[in-house]
Design a binder for this molecule. Structure first.
Ligand code: SAH
Ligand code: SF4
Length: 359
């Protein structure tokens, strides 16, 4: 590879260059991963942080065209964990030295839901002696709700923009007065203003999506100055409207490879953020999370939802480990991470360095 091409890698990559690297093959592709691994090691080291993922409820008021638990999918058996089950899972994370938790759910905007999360946050903080960092991923909410949850102890929030280009976003969501690109952006801005460590992300390999869109997504995340990212390949679900567009979707291999390249490029562009190796990557490749770590990711979200409910939180098909219990999951992951030459940040919150540098 020529010296000139090498110089393409830098923090201020332009759109054309990003497209070039997203389409890189052979030696150039290897070089991209090599550079990303080097930058990761120099900036965030070889530690991988765990966030125990609690899928609290699959009840959702939204109808995103890609998602298996969308409101209109009547084939889904809806559930909501009890407070005791959430607290139990939180304690399990704490006792296994996971350091942090993510509470994720379908989107519900009601006083009852807001108050319930608020109370759970306070209880988790109290019962673990403020031992766990807590991330919420409960969709679009009012500023007032975000503030209440922040004050109750959540200090990170994940809200994927899904697709940062408005025209593409509109193709993925119904025009029903309940899905607005601008509102999602406003929510991200509010979360940042309130003081959360803010995470966003996109799906990769969606129908209608081009590499130019993906390059735009990378620039969006850089310009938004995000602290964390969760990006994953788009995975089909036959009970969703987007299934109709399945012919327009790249092969699984290509979607997986594009996701690895997105991770590597974002690591190069934003060396001190936290990047998750997502479950969707593991769905397309058994060693998907390990490959993501090698490409630049430094966070893993082991599922700690009680086993019996996991079968009902199916955002996409072939989701892995739905029948495993959390203890098995931990042992399996520990071994897998060691094989990549990384260490687990046991008991550490693992906050993104970028957040403190940004402040
Ligand atoms: N309801 C919340 C959080 C749960 S959904 C929200 O939407 O923000 C969490 C993520 O799952 C979404 O942000 C989306 O990016 C991802 N997801 C949904 N359906 C998917 C699919 N078919 N393939 C890959 N990821 C999907
Ligand atoms: Fe609901 Fe989130 Fe799925 Fe959209 S992506 S339907 S908001 S759970």
């Amino acid at each position: 590879m020529s010296k000139n091409a090498l110089e393409i890698v830098g923090e201020n990559l332009e759109k054309e260059k990003l497209i070039h690297w997203l389409e890189a093959e052979g030696g150039e592709r290897q070089e991209l991963f090599r550079q990303a691994a080097k930058i990761k090691l120099a900036n965030v080291g070889n530690k991988v942080y765990f966030r125990g993922l609690i899928e609290m409820s699959n009840i959702c008021s939204k109808n995103c065209f890609y998602c298996g638990i969308r409101k209109a999918n009547t084939n889904v058996e809806r559930y909501s964990l009890t407070d005791e089950q959430v607290l139990e899972a939180a304690k399990l994370a704490y006792n296994n030295k996971y350091g942090s938790l993510v509470i994720q759910s379908g989107e519900i905007a009601s006083e009852k839901f807001t108050a319930r999360i608020e109370k759970l946050l306070q209880q988790i903080k109290k019962e673990t002696g403020n031992g766990l960092g807590i991330t919420l991923s409960c969709g679009e909410q009012s500023d007032e709700t975000y503030i209440r949850w922040f004050e109750a102890g959540a200090h990170r929030y994940l809200l994927r923009i899904e697709a940062s280009e408005k025209v593409l976003y509109k193709k993925l969501h119904p025009n029903d007065g309940n899905h607005f690109f601008q509102y999602r952006l406003d929510c991200l801005k509010s979360l940042q203003n309130i003081g959360y460590q803010v995470g966003t992300g996109v799906m990769i390999g969606l129908p209608f999506q081009t590499t130019a869109n993906l390059a735009g997504d990378l620039l969006f995340m850089k310009n938004f100055d995000i602290d964390m990212v969760g990006m994953g390949p788009y995975i089909l679900h036959h009970q969703t409207p987007l299934w109709e567009e399945r012919e327009k979707v790249f092969s699984e291999k290509k979607r997986f490879d594009l996701t690895l390249k997105m991770i590597a490029l974002l690591r190069i562009m934003m060396p001190d953020i936290n990047i998750a190796a997502t479950t969707a990557m593991q769905t397309l490749d058994k060693a998907g999370r390990e490959k993501a770590i090698m490409a630049g990711a430094n966070v893993i979200m082991p599922n700690i939802t009680p086993g019996c409910y996991r079968d009902n939180y199916i955002l996409y098909e072939n989701k892995p480990c739905t029948n495993e219990n959390p203890e098995d999951c931990f042992t399996c992951l520990e071994a897998r991470i060691e094989l990549t030459g990384h260490k687990i940040g046991l008991g550490e919150w693992g906050d993104p360095k970028h957040f403190f540098n940004r402040l």
